[in-house]
Structures are given as C-alpha cells and as structure tokens.
Design a protein around this ligand. Structure first.
Ligand code: AHR
Length: 532
C-alpha cells in the first residue's frame, strides 16, 4: 500500500469513528431525554372550589395597539382600496382571528406615541389629514387611522375602548375637547363636528389614561410633579351624556415603588386605576436582550425566572396601594407586559417585530395565571402588542397572516373572563438551572357562570412531564375535558410556511377514577382543563 493510500484509509477510518461517536452521543442524549421525560415528576394540585374569591375581570385579557411598526398600518388597517380582503379598511383575516379571542378591551394610540399624538390630526376626510413624523418609532404617520377608525374597530370587535391621552406634549384643553368630541350627545360644535365626520351617536369611552410612562418617554417627570399634573389634567376629563370614564394614572415600571407611593399618597382619590409596566427580557439587559428564537435551556430558564417576577411586583405595588386604598377602589392595570427580544438581523429596529415561540406561550400562561390570582387588585392587563409588535397575537406579511403560540394561550384562557376566581394549592418540585430555581408548575382556576370549573396549568420544565394528582374541594365533577399547547422544541414557532406548527390539541393525559383525577402534563406545556 502506498503512503497516500494509507493516509486516505486512516482518514476514512477517523471520519467513520467521528461519525460513530456523534451517533452514540445523539443516542445517549435521546435516551437520557426519554428517561427524563418518562420519569417525570410528581405533584399535587388542589382546587379550592369551596373558597371562591372575587371575579376575574375580563379586561385582564386585554390588548394594546400602538402606532408602531406594522401594527396599525398593514396589521390592522389596510384601507378600503387594498387588495387584501377588508371591511371598511380593516383586514378581514385579523378581524376574524381577534373576534375569536373575545378581546374585552383595546388600548390605543400608545405607548410613547400617545404623548406625541394630537387627535385633530386623525379626523375628517382621510385625504386631508396631515402626515406627521412618528417621533417615537420612526417613519411617517398618514393619520388614516384615527379616532373614528379606532372606535369603530372596537365596536366591530365588541371590545371596550381604552384611549390613552396626551399629557407629555398636549394641553388639558386638547384632552378635554377630545373627550367631548367622542362622547357628547349635545348640540355643541365638537359633537356636531363628529356628526359631520360620519358618526351621529357618541361612543362610550369607559377608560381614559392621562399620559404614558411619564417617568420616561412621556416627559421624564418626577413622581411629585406627575402627581400634580395628573390631578390638573384629570380635572378636565369629564363625563358627557351618560358616559362614565374611569380615569387612569400613569404608574410605575417593575420595581419603581417610590412612584406608586407618591401617586397613591397624593392622588388616589382622583383616580380609578394606576398602571404598571413590566417587560420580560431573557437577559434583563436592554442593550442585549436575547434572541426570540435562538436560545437554549439556560435562556429558557432565565426568561421564565424573570417573567415570574411579575408576581412579586404586583404583590409589592398592591401592598403600597393597600396602605392608601384599603377598600381596593383603585385598580392596578398592567397595561403593558410581555416579552421583548433583540430585533432579528435585517429587520427595522424601530418596528419591534419579533417571532413568537412556545417559550412565549409559556410566558403568557404564567402571567395570565398571576393576573387571575391577583384579581382582587389587578383589574386590567394589556399585552404588548396585538399584531406584528413585541409579543404579538398575530403576525402578518402582506396578505398572509399567522396566529402565534401566544394567541393560542389567550384563546384557551378566555374561559376565565368574568369567571369567579378559585384559589389553587400546588405542591411541586423546583426546576433548577445552576443556582437559580423556579417552580415546575404554576396554575390558576375559576368557575364560569354555567358552573364549569376551568383550571389552567403551566409546566415550566422543558424536560420532564408532570404526574399530577388533582383534587377539587367543594365541587362535584363528572366530566373532564381539556386542551394542551406544546411542541417538541422549546423554540418551536409558527411561520408563514408552517402556520400551524404550534397549536392546541385535545388533552387526553388524564384518568378519572373514583373521584381522583390524575394528570400527565407534557414537559413545556400549557394545559386548560374543564370540569363539569
Ligand atoms: O410597547 C412599546 C413601548 O414600550 C411603549 O410605547 C412604551 O410605553 C413602552 O416603553
């Protein structure tokens, strides 16, 4: 054998050995993953139907639509002349998908954009409306979507409008006149202008916010200054013609407790609600937030650990609110929440478009459970945002549309809207990553008006299934059904090529014997059960 042939033969052998070792490694990983998931972990979940609490306000399942990226233009609104099928300019596919969610409330026009928005730009004939730069998010706004378009959309969806006023660059007079324009049935000049623009009857506008993030993009204010400004502006937020407005004050972000303390001590009597904003970043670092789709178990765990902090923030802000408002007249409104990732390469940074994976579905399930369990104080929550922006329900690309994993969680959880909260007790192991640990399971439950009990459970563990003994105290149940959302991969997504890769399936992992129910919850899953 010549030297060259010998070298070729040995390198062939090395390649074969390397390939074999990759096979063995894959096999070992698969076997250990199978062993882990077959082994699972044991847990107990007790649903205290004998201890009903208050009502879960349906507005916890609320949404948010800002003039940002492709949310309004392209996502909701394409205009009457578009080749994309539409109803008076609203995309039919998006409208139909949102109707299936029972959207209870929709917040508009921002966000940061609210404090630069002047409502008169968005009324009257569309071809006469001014184009304005969107100073918050880039590009120009044609103002084709304005007050009439927003309030008509709410009517089409059967959602209550939540209008966010401009405190940062507007005046109390502008705010006062906007409200009169929308809600007055009188013979005033502004009510007549609305009629002239095509709307005879006034709209009902039950929620109106005085500014947005006034500690940041809304004006960089100190809480003391904002509290005074809030009271001044809120004085001119008037009720007309039987419309009753709940006045909402700008609240804190995450752990900015001093803001809540100052606002509650100085202005609690003048407000119906105080907001809270908290975004989940996998890294917690705004300069390098993390990818929406390229992540491993470390980032999965870190994201869930950070999103669970919502519970702590609500607890602590509520404790401050309790000091000044023990009767809980003022609602805590989490009117911006959700995941926020780095913009994918090649995408417009200002548009905040991001993919949405099974991890987002788990984040949604966790947060909605937290809000349900704090229904005594949390009266509204608005995920950011509804289409094509941040943790969206819906993504569009031209005439194509897909429903995200997060959409499916909202659709599965809609049974909790306006149902009676039932406390749950969970005994489950921790899910650890290095030094950090989170619960493996997290849940909430409610009883709807027809008497059915709904239990939503999230298995945060991406490797192990949960064997759960479910006990229902204080209610009989003859029939159990359920749905589950899961996928093989933590970062599974729906794409325009495979729009149904992640979608709910019928849940069959339960046994009901002699009054005892056992559940087998897949790893990394969201399950909603119905017991009748
Ligand atoms: O949701 C995107 C932005 O996040 C909102 O405009 C602002 O209120 C927040 O900082």
């Amino acid at each position: 054998m010549g030297v060259n042939r010998l070298l070729r033969a040995t390198s062939g052998l090395r390649r074969a050995a390397a390939a074999l070792s990759v096979c063995l490694l894959t096999l070992t990983n698969t076997v250990s993953a199978l062993a882990q998931s077959a082994e699972g972990f044991k847990a107990e979940l007790t649903v205290r139907a004998d201890q009903p609490r208050g009502t879960i306000n349906r507005n916890i399942y609320g949404h948010f639509a800002e003039h940002l990226g492709r949310l309004i233009y392209g996502g909701l609104w394409v205009g009457e002349g578009s080749s994309i099928p539409n109803t008076r300019g609203y995309r039919n596919d998006v409208l139909a998908a949102l109707k299936r969610l029972n959207v209870p409330v929709l917040r508009w026009p921002g966000g940061c954009f609210a404090d630069e928005y002047h409502w008169r730009d968005g009324i009257g004939p569309r071809d006469k409306r001014p184009r304005r730069p969107n100073a918050s998010w880039g590009g120009a706004d044609t103002n084709a979507f304005g007050t009439h378009e927003f309030l008509d959309l709410c009517e089409l969806l059967g959602a209550e409008p939540y209008v966010n006023g401009n405190l940062g660059s507007g005046t109390p007079q502008e705010m006062m006149e906007w409200i009169e324009y929308m809600t007055s049935d009188s013979d005033s000049t502004l009510a007549n202008l609305r009629r002239q623009n095509g709307r005879e009857k006034p709209w009902k506008v039950p929620y109106f916010a005085v500014g947005n993030e006034s500690w940041g993009c809304g004006g960089e204010m100190r809480p003391e200054f904002y509290a005074d400004e809030y009271k001044r502006y809120a004085t001119f937020v008037k009720n007309h013609s039987g419309n009753h407005i709940q006045k909402l004050a700008v609240g804190s972000q995450s752990d900015y407790y001093e803001w809540t303390e100052v606002l509650m001590s100085r202005a609690a009597r003048q407000m119906d609600g105080l907001s809270l904003h908290y975004y989940t970043l996998p890294t917690g670092d705004w300069a390098k937030k993390g990818s929406a789709t390229e992540f491993g178990e470390r980032e999965w765990h870190a994201t869930l650990a950070r999103t669970l902090r919502m519970d702590e923030f609500i607890e602590k802000h509520s404790a401050i609110m309790d000091k000044y408002d023990p009767q809980k007249k003022v609602g805590l409104l989490v009117d911006e929440w959700g995941t926020w990732y780095d913009t994918a390469p090649g995408r417009d940074m200002g548009a905040l478009y991001q993919q949405n994976s099974l991890r987002d579905a788990v984040v949604a399930g966790i947060n909605l459970n937290i809000f349900n369990n704090h229904a005594d104080r949390v009266r509204m929550a608005n995920i950011a945002q509804v289409v094509n922006v941040l943790q969206a329900m819906i993504l569009t690309d031209g005439d194509k549309m897909l429903l995200t994993p997060t959409y499916h969680v909202f659709e599965m959880y809609k049974v909790h809207q306006d149902a009676t909260l039932i406390p749950v007790e969970l005994t489950a192991p921790e899910y650890r990553s290095g030094e950090a640990s989170v619960p493996t399971l997290q849940a909430s439950a409610s009883r709807d008006k027809a008497g059915a009990i709904h239990v939503s459970v999230v298995n945060l563990d991406p490797n192990r299934a949960a064997q759960v003994t479910l006990k229902i105290n204080g209610a009989a149940h003859a029939n159990v059904t359920g749905r589950v959302l899961t996928a093989q991969a933590m970062n599974a997504t729906n794409t325009f090529e495979r729009p149904e890769a992640v979608k709910p399936e019928t849940f069959t992992g339960f046994k009901s014997e002699g009054g005892a129910i056992t559940l087998s919850l897949p790893s990394k899953s969201v399950v909603v059960l119905e017991l009748r």
